[in-house]
Design a protein around this ligand. Structure first.
Ligand code: SF4
Length: 69
């Protein structure tokens, strides 16, 4: 299961993530100056996390559930 964690309070709305997203899954709300993501388009590639200067995004792709012992 993949997970997308966005810390909105750390986002200053620079738009770097929007520019680098290969699936055009991100948009910038010009009024709120915050990023919005379309989960239907996102492929969890992690580029937005990599380029975010404010460390506001964490992408965890295909996290495997822990096995019971
Ligand atoms: S993980 Fe990749 S596809 Fe998803 S929003 Fe970020 S850059 Fe776009």
């Amino acid at each position: 299961m993949s997970e997308y964690i966005f810390n909105k309070s750390w986002c200053k709305g620079c738009g770097v993530c929007v520019a680098f997203c290969p699936k055009k899954a991100l948009t910038l709300d010009e009024i709120a100056e915050k990023m919005e993501r379309d989960p239907e388009k996102c492929i969890y590639c992690g580029l937005c996390e990599h380029y975010c200067p404010d460390l506001a995004i964490t992408v965890v792709k295909d996290r495997k559930p822990k096995e019971a012992k």
